[in-house]
Ligand binder design. Structure first.
Ligand code: APR
Ligand code: PHB
Length: 389
């Protein structure tokens, strides 16, 4: 089999790239290790920047998001027993949309199916080859049979544990990492959200976040020790702890109910440089990870594939390699700003084991400054709604 762009990974990065390339008349094949149901079963953050929504619209996959997504014009920061609103739309003219990553993935999968594009799920032993030559290829096995996909380019959209980045020789890649000394315990419940907007709470017992998937489905997170296991967190304990980290009004308004999903995720910042290796390009989680504070992961995957799709279009339409040569620097410049923002949000809102009373007071001073300074709250808003592409 032969294609122009072989895409490894059918997460949001690979699927969106596939649809953008299709819109530009560039044929592509997706190789995915898992089944579609497995991919759809992964619960992740659910907040889309306007730029991400615009890309979904561009590929004709935004219709349901506009119908079902919740548009938010602000967020609330809770600290010192009170809540303070950051009016993001007033500060930037922009909004964000609450719409689950699972739904984005499903809409993109359906668009791909409708366009009749080739996706090979349950592809085992996927391996990129010869990307330092003009004739790259990807080998894989399906139902025990060996196959090979010849291509012009490989797009490594295979997430943080993928094979693309791992197949680059160590001397060609530099990585940067920060591990945070806590995790996020998240639950999903069939209950109305506690508040119309998201609440980010800095509390002496640890961070809490109240978010949602719809007007009748809530998602809540608690900072927890990395060693904790979900068995230690029966629903009652979760709700009790959440209440302790929220203001009185939120406690009164909170509707609790059985959890329908519960998981613990570690927090990590990670960047790999560069994002291009000859004829192989990394995009999304394959190249970088951010902690979920601020929900930048999916949005960064979207801006990466936006740049990458334009670079490929320039190559095929204008026979120019300027776009592909500039991809890595262009993508990384936006990536690092989001890495900085999510690190900063994480640092300001969580309780760190070694922060002491001094560190706690500095956090409160920063939060107080944020909600009382137009310049500071505008800076937060600008980053939260997403920096321009
Ligand atoms: N061969 C084929 N497919 C692979 C391989 C492999 N060796 N390794 C991983 N994959 C697949 C995974 O099964 C997954 O479906 O690649 C896909 C990567 O998808 P994601 O992990 O979702 O990464 P990405 O598409 O970059 O999405 C961006 O946004 O909210 C954030 O971190 C969150 O996933 C999210 C990200
Ligand atoms: C989510 O809805 O899961 C979410 C929203 C905002 C965040 C993180 C997660 O900052």
């Amino acid at each position: 089999m032969r294609t122009k762009v072989a895409i490894i990974g059918a997460g949001p990065a690979g699927l969106l790239l596939g649809q953008l390339l299709h819109a530009y008349g560039i044929d592509n094949v997706i190789l995915e290790r898992q089944t579609p149901d497995y991919v759809l079963g992964r619960i992740r953050a659910g907040l889309l920047e306007e730029g991400t929504v615009a890309l979904l619209d561009e590929v004709g996959a935004g219709e349901r998001a506009h119908r079902e997504g919740l548009v938010h014009e602000g967020i609330e920061l809770a600290f010192g027993g009170a809540r303070h609103r950051i009016a993001m739309k007033a500060a930037t003219g922009k909004t964000v949309m609450i719409y689950g990553q699972t739904e984005v993935t499903l809409d993109l999968m359906n668009a791909r199916k409708a366009a009749g594009l080739t996706s090979i799920y349950q592809a085992a032993d996927v391996m990129p080859h010869d990307f330092d030559t003009d004739h790259p290829r990807v080998s894989y096995r399906r139902d025990g049979v060996a196959h090979e996909l010849a291509c012009d380019f490989i797009a490594g959209c295979d997430g943080s544990h993928g094979v693309s980045r791992a197949s680059v020789k160590a001397s060609a890649i530099q990585t940067f990492e920060r591990i945070y000394p806590f995790g996020w315990l998240g639950i999903l419940s069939e209950t109305p959200p506690v508040s119309h907007e998201l609440i980010y709470s800095n509390h002496a017992r640890g961070f809490a976040l109240c978010t949602m998937r719809s007007t009748h489905r809530s998602r809540y997170y608690l900072q927890c020790p990395l060693e904790d296991r979900i068995e230690q967190w029966p629903d009652d304990r979760f709700w009790d702890e959440l209440k302790r980290r929220l203001d009185r009004k939120a406690v009164d308004d909170l509707v609790t109910g059985p959890s329908i999903e519960k998981s613990i995720a570690p927090l990590r910042s990670f960047v790999a440089e560069p994002m291009r290796f000859g004829r192989m390009f990394l995009a999304g989680d394959a190249a970088h990870i951010v902690p979920p504070t601020g929900a930048k992961g999916l949005n960064l995957a979207a801006s990466d594939v936006h740049y990458l799709s334009l670079a490929f279009r320039e190559f095929y339409d204008e026979r120019s390699s300027a776009g592909i040569d500039g991809y890595s620097a262009k993508a990384l410049s936006r990536v690092w700003k989001a890495v900085r923002f999510s690190w900063w949000m994480t640092s300001m809102l969580h309780k760190f084991p070694d922060q002491g009373e001094f560190g706690a007071r500095i956090q409160l001073a920063e939060l107080d400054y944020l909600v009382s300074s137009k310049a500071a709250s505008t800076s937060l808003s600008e980053n939260y709604v997403g920096l321009p592409y």
